[in-house]
Structures are given as C-alpha cells and as structure tokens.
Design a protein around this ligand. Structure first.
Ligand SMILES: [Zn+2]
Ligand SMILES: [Zn+2]
Length: 700
C-alpha cells in the first residue's frame, strides 16, 4: 500500500522510538509493524493502540533515513522499503528460533586449546585449523551436534566471520598509482567521500580496497563489500578472507531465513567485521561502519529488476553519505553513470593505468568475419592453433547460450517463436528442447516443420553449446570447457573448474558473461569476443556501453601471467566507428565519447530518466492506463513521452508499454513523482494492469 498508518502508543506508555518493531491489529488481523515516525494528530478517536512493543529501535535511525530516501527516490511504497531492511522472520508474528550457525571457524583461543580426554573435540579443532567448514561438513565427518555446541559454548569455535582476526596475509607491494589511490581513500576515512577507482584489468584495484579495508578493521570498524554475484566469484571471497585475516560474513539471496537473520544480527551487533554480499546487503544494519566498497560497479546485477527496483551501487553511495564514511566504487570498465559523476566532481576519479607486476596489456586485433565459414575460421582459428601449440589457454566469449539462437525451416521460412514473447526460441540440442530465454517456456524440438511438414529443420547461428561441439571436433586433443548457466548450474561447479584451469594445462574455455567477470586466469594467453554485431545495431542506447565493457573485460582476461596476451575481436563490420574507437583508445576515452553522445542526445546519465511501465494480457489496457497516468502529470519540469512499446514488446504473455519521464534536473523529476504515483493507485484503469515505476531504468 502506498501509505503509512497511524497508531497510538500502548496504554499508559510513551510512543516507542522510530525503528521499533511492534505488533498491531490491522483490519481483523494482528501483524508486525515498524514505527517510522511520530507526530500529533488532530483527531485520535478512531485510532487503535499499538498492542505490544517487541524490539525498541531495532532498525537504526540512519537506516530508516535510507529507506525513506529510497522509497521517495525510487517511488516504491513504504512496505516494500521495509522489506528491504527487515529479514522475513522479523516481519512475522510467529516466534522464530535461530538455527545453529552454518559456517564455522576456529577462534584464537581454540587454536591454543588442549581439550583433555575429548578426542572428538580435538578432531573438530584439527579440521577447522585448515579453514572454514560448514556445520554439515563437520557432521558428515563424524562430529556430533552436541560436540559442536560444546565448542561454541567454550568459545573455541565461532560462526565464521565473528572470530578474532588472524595474522593477515601480506599482500603484494603496491605500485605508485595504487599507493596514491589508497592514500586518497584513507585521508577521507572520517567523512563521506565517493571514489571511482578505475583501474585497467589486472591493475590490482582489489588490492587497493583490501588495504583500505585493513586499515578500517584495525580501527575497529566494519567493512561492507558489495559484489555482483556470489557464485561467479568464488576466488574473491577467499582472497578477501586471506588478506584481511578473518572470515567474511557472506550475505546473498540464496541464504535460508535463519541464515539471513544470523547475518543481520551479526552485522547489527558489530560482531561481523567484514560483510561480503550482493546488492541486498546494502540494507544491512551496521554497528560501527567504516568503509563501503562496490566491486565491479558497472555490473547490471546491482540493479534489482523486480519488486522494489533500486540500484545497489547508488544506494551504497547514499548509505555512505548518511553514515559519513567513504565509499569506493571499483571497475576496469566504469559505468557511464559513475563516469558522469566523476566528471561533475561528485565522485573523485582514481585511475590505475598499468597492470600490477610484470604483466602488460594484451595486443588487440580485429578479425573480419565476412567470407568466413562461421565463427571458428580464418584468423581466429589460426590464432587458437598458435596459442594452444605454445602451451597457452584460450578463452572465447559468446553472448548466447544454447546451441543456436534460431531454428528455421529451409522450405517455407518458418521460425520457432515463443507463443508468449516477442522472441525466437533457442535450440538446446543436448537437452533436445526449444527454450525461450525471456519467459523460460520450453518445448520438445519438432520432428518436422509445423507449417509445411519439411523434416530437415535448420539451426541458425551458433550459441555456446554449438561452439563447444565444433571446438571439440576441431581440437580433439584439448579439453574444451563450456561456461554458462546451463553447464554451470551447481554452485560449486564453477569454482572447481576455475581451480582446474589455474593449474595451467592448455585448454579452451567457451562461455557467456560468466567468463568475463574479473577472474584471474594467468594461463590464458588468447581471449576473443565472437560475433559482436548484434550489439552494434541495437535499439537500446546502452548497447554500445555494454559492448565496450564486455570487450574490455574479455580482453582483460588475456596475458595476466608471465606470458604476453593477445585479444581478437570478431565482427562483420570492422570499419564500424565504435569498434575502431575501442581498438584505438582505452576504455575511459571510449566511454568519454559515449558520454558526450548521451549528453548531446539528452539521455541518461546526462539527463535523468524514469519509466512508468504497464503490462497486461492485451495491449489496450496497458496503453489506456499509461495515457490516463500521463494526463494526471501536470508538472512543467517533467516531459512525458509515450505510451511506447518496450523493446521486447511482449513477454510471458504480457504486452509491455511504457512512459518515458524526463526532466532537465534530477531534483525536478524526483520532486514531481511521489504525489503523482500515489494518485495512480486510484485510477480505474489501474485495476486491469500490472504497473510500476523504474527510476534510472537499465532495461528499455
Ligand atoms: Zn516449413
Ligand atoms: Zn517466452
């Protein structure tokens, strides 16, 4: 609901402070409430009383302020904002018993402990000396739940992340640029400042913020590190823990409710010193905050795309502002949003222009796809041959999973399309299905064309699965590993593969974005981006930025060890100005150009944009709602365009339309939206559609 509700204090008591968790009666139910604010009312006759105060000031004031801001800025109702800061179990009346901690570590006292006549306790201590284990791992090795409890009670073991720090592993020595960046962050340790740490791939950005984190930890402060996706960066958490000398509390959407609550409480009490989490961790309470880090800040997974739509990076900056602490946004390929903030002086740009250690940037070349027999031919094929021969590893990036993006009938031209989306179905040959990558619908591959009966249906184009097959045929002696959501569905699978690859034996990796996410693979000497052409002609104004980021990230995987690297960019349009610019200059000047273009076209981030979206099973109700909504917006500061169809105009059976809301100044937009949004709930047209506001949208 778009509003807050008024209650009186419990009989004979003062009003509990804001942030208190209370139980109230609502309609004919009893529910949990959160006190947001207090004030006088003119007429209290119809107001109910708070029934009981459960936790006083549970949510700290700065976090309440953050969700007030987020609700206003992103236009979501207060209830959704509260969902972001209160774990599920605290939003329900049912009492909840915290489950035993899952990840366990040995404490300093445990290391020196000598349990007499307790070999089972000794076993557990011995196992944990080698590193964190989960409770299930301990039990499967023969530990009993009772022994684990005893050790926890003695303080010899502790939930991981809450034990006293060990000696931190000394990191490599910083080069002058890294040292300057570190010094700049540390000079601001007592106040808010936002830094954009833009370092070329392999430049040791992580080392800079880990050393800043160490300095904060030594002062007894907590450090919050946001990363795009936990499963894709298994090495990062281990590296953070080794450098900081303590286990991180890891927070992400895959946790059970009990684990979430445990993290929440550890963060709120200050017991958790280092918290590593995905975007939702930005809303964790912190007792002694010292530093916020957003790693790979350009990554689109920081944006929540459903429910309460917020951008984790932008909320992190506001959070640091409210806390009065520094925030570091790190990336080799910063978003135009952050570069724009650096241009305007809101963020301070810290550049690291060379790779750490002896490694140098790879050499670049463009391979012309015209006249070739598919992606694996000509120049690229020769390069693969050469690098494997020389004992190198090869990494090939293709932004399409599945066998082929289109399945077609050669006789009548029929193509397999999704019935619920405006999109082709992707052929997954191994699973023998056609699957829609937008709504997930899948069906068996038809034996013949449903239109004309032709039995010989043809796959068109190549996804990662087909490339894997072709590579295996062409290089039967060399292991080929496919890395995408289909092949790496299990959580630990990817981590194991990365370890195998780091042993350094020649191999070929072929995969999607998962491969381009900041991994350090010193054996890779050749990296290539296959067939980028779709992105060159996209209707999405962000496509060139994303292309540039993917290209530079993939290129950055090559030559990180002691051997020089090569990068190949494959295209049918080698003369395209965007590609020419990318090859000629570095990412920052490429991005600077794009930013000039956005400014000229009055597009984000140079002009603020919000989108009101509506979806319905027919186009008409969605359009009608948006037209009615547009009529209600009477603010000269805001320009309204539309309704116009989304780029993917139908998804999952819903027709999708949107209004573009633009203004010269962000403040004008943010000021106009809340009252307008509140008024839309009452529109009769609203009942027939699903609608939401998307501030700073990433999807068009
Ligand atoms: Zn046909
Ligand atoms: Zn679909």
């Amino acid at each position: 609901m778009p509003q807050l509700f008024d209650y009186l204090p419990p009989e004979g008591q003062a009003l509990p402070p804001a942030g208190s968790r209370v139980s109230v009666s609502f309609g004919n139910r009893r529910v949990i409430g959160l006190v947001m604010d207090s004030g006088e009312v003119d007429d209290a006759t119809n107001l109910k009383r708070i029934e009981a105060v459960l936790d006083r000031a549970l949510v700290p004031a700065h976090l309440l302020e953050l969700i007030h801001w987020a609700g206003r800025y992103y236009g979501f109702p207060p209830g959704e904002a509260i969902n972001l800061v209160l774990p599920g179990v605290l939003r329900r009346l049912k009492p909840f018993r915290c489950p035993p901690p899952q990840r366990l570590a040995i404490s300093a006292s445990g290391r020196s402990a000598e349990p007499r006549n307790a070999p089972r306790q000794q076993d557990i201590l011995d196992w944990l000396v080698d590193g964190v284990l989960t409770r299930d791992e301990l039990l499967s090795r023969g530990a009993s739940a009772a022994t684990v409890r005893t050790l926890l009670a003695k303080g010899w073991i502790a939930p991981a992340g809450q034990e006293e720090p060990l000696a931190a592993e000394a990191g490599p020595e910083l080069n002058p640029e890294q040292r300057q960046a570190l010094a700049a962050v540390l000079r601001s340790r007592h106040r808010f400042a936002s830094f954009l740490l833009a370092g070329v791939t392999g430049s040791g950005k992580t080392e800079v913020y880990l050393q800043a984190a160490r300095a904060m930890l030594r002062r007894g402060r907590q450090v919050l590190i946001l990363i795009p996706e936990i499963g894709l960066t298994p090495q990062l958490i281990r590296r953070i823990e080794a450098r900081l000398g303590l286990c991180a509390v890891v927070y992400h959407s895959g946790l059970s409710e009990g684990e979430r609550l445990a993290c929440w409480q550890a963060a709120a009490s200050g017991r958790a010193r280092v918290i590593v989490g995905t975007r939702s961790a930005v809303f964790l309470p912190l007792a002694r905050p010292g530093l916020v880090v957003v790693d790979e800040e350009h990554d689109a997974s920081f944006k929540q795309q459903d429910g309460a739509r917020y951008h984790g990076r932008d909320v992190a900056v506001m959070r640091a502002h409210l806390l009065g602490i520094p925030v570091v946004l790190g990336s080799a390929t910063p978003s135009l949003e952050s570069l724009n903030n650096a241009r305007s002086g809101r963020y301070r740009l810290l550049r690291i222009s060379r790779r750490a250690g002896p490694a140098v940037q790879p050499s670049w070349s463009v391979a012309d796809l015209r006249g070739q027999k598919g992606a694996l031919d000509g120049e690229l094929l020769n390069a693969i041959d050469r690098h494997l021969e020389a004992g190198g590893q090869v990494l090939l990036y293709r932004n399409r999973r599945g066998y082929a993006p289109v399945m077609m009938c050669p006789s009548c031209g029929w193509q397999a399309d999704c019935h619920r989306c405006d999109a082709h179905l992707t052929l997954h040959q191994r699973a023998s299905i056609l699957q829609c990558h937008h709504c997930g619908a899948s069906q068996r591959v038809p034996a013949r064309c449903p239109e004309c009966g032709e039995p010989d249906l043809q796959p068109l184009g190549a996804g990662t699965e087909r490339l894997e097959q072709q590579l295996q045929q062409r290089f039967p002696e060399v292991p080929v590993h496919r890395v995408d959501r289909d092949s790496m569905s299990r959580r630990d699978e990817f981590g194991r593969l990365l370890e195998e690859i780091r042993r350094g034996r020649p191999c070929i990796l072929v995969g999607t974005q998962m491969l381009a996410k900041g991994h350090h693979l010193p054996g890779v000497t050749l990296a290539a981006v296959l067939d980028v052409d779709q992105a060159l002609f996209s209707a999405d104004f962000r496509a060139p930025e994303r292309l540039g980021q993917a290209v530079c990230q993939v290129a950055g995987r090559a030559g990180r060890g002691d051997r020089p690297g090569q990068f190949v960019l494959q295209t049918r349009h080698p003369e395209h100005p965007l590609l020419a610019e990318l090859c000629r200059s570095d990412y920052l000047s490429f991005a600077g150009h794009l930013l000039d273009e956005r400014a000229a076209a009055e597009l984000p981030p140079c002009a603020p944009l919000a989108m009101l979206r509506a979806e319905a099973h027919q186009p008409q109700p969605a359009q009608a709602f948006l037209r009615a909504a547009a009529l209600r917006l009477d603010d000269p500061a805001v320009e309204v365009h539309g309704p116009i169809p989304a780029i993917l105009s139908r998804r999952g059976g819903y027709w999708r339309f949107q209004l573009w809301l633009q203004a010269r100044e962000r403040a004008g937009l943010v000021h106009a939206l809340p009252d307008w949004l509140a008024s839309l709930y009452g529109l009769p047209e609203a009942r027939r559609v699903r609608w939401h506001l998307d501030m700073d949208p990433l999807e068009l």
